[in-house]
Design a protein around this ligand. Structure first.
Ligand code: MN
Length: 239
């Protein structure tokens, strides 16, 4: 059994080295049972109808993974929530709800992108509720590509300003939100990304040992979680 998790690659035509790193990683996970991509695979995704040539190699590499028999699961992030059925058909990826509960080596595990857990960031949560609304989503996708591209650029600039202004505490997940989610799902392991703060956090919840595994971004190196029969490893291992 070999299962891989990654998130927050933020693939962008402006940073082709990250796409090359990802394509190399995908070529190296032969024999994997499944690959879980937990959101923000792309820095922006303005719709499956965007002919952006920089994404073709990634789509082909994902297709090759699926064709080799690895189950490829994909969850929306806050940057690529417009990924749709056409992308899934092209890559062979299966879209997961956020959150999703899966069974990994007999352990029930909760998967989430993680942005929905940043409840201390009220401004962000209001924006998230708006853009994740199905009507707003349809409206966005009905706009011409050029308009969507402009809006995505504005959203990125706004996000950068917001992150620079907000404190680190505000933009991390809220521990009460994590605990409420685990309690409601009756699960003791959570894997998420989004915060770009890789780590393994252990805590007690009503007498049960719980673990929150945070995937890192791919800005300077590949950040992955590899789960095999004997256990899991977050690479690179944060100090
Ligand atoms: Mn994110």
């Amino acid at each position: 059994m070999s299962i891989w998790f990654a998130s927050d690659l933020h693939l962008d035509p402006a940073t082709p080295a990250i796409a090359e790193r990802f394509v190399g990683f995908l070529a190296g996970i032969r024999g994997a049972r499944s690959l879980y991509l937990l959101g923000d695979i792309f820095e922006t995704w303005i719709g499956d109808d965007d002919p952006e040539p920089a994404h073709r190699a990634v789509i082909a590499a994902l297709r090759a993974v699926a064709d080799r028999g690895t189950l490829v699961y994909l969850m929306h992030g806050n940057r690529d929530f417009l990924i749709g059925e056409r992308f899934c058909a092209a890559t062979g990826a299966l879209l997961l709800d956020d959150p999703a509960i899966v069974s990994i080596a007999g352990t029930r595990v909760l998967l989430s992108h993680g942005d929905g857990l940043c409840l201390d960031d009220g401004a962000y949560q209001r924006l998230r509720a708006l853009v994740r609304d199905p009507g707003v989503r349809r409206g966005l996708l009905s706009l011409p590509l050029a308009d969507r591209r402009r809006l995505a650029g504005e959203a990125r600039a706004g996000s950068r300003e917001h992150l620079a202004a907000a404190g680190a505490y505000i933009t991390d997940v809220s521990q009460p939100a994590v605990e409420a989610l685990l309690r409601a799902a009756d699960v003791q392991v959570l894997i998420h990304g989004h915060t770009h703060r890789p780590g393994i956090h252990r805590f007690d919840l009503g007498g049960l040992p719980c673990t929150r595994i945070v995937l890192g971004d791919w800005h300077s190196t590949a950040s992955v979680l590899h789960w095999v029969e004997t256990g899991y490893r977050l690479q690179p291992c944060p100090s």
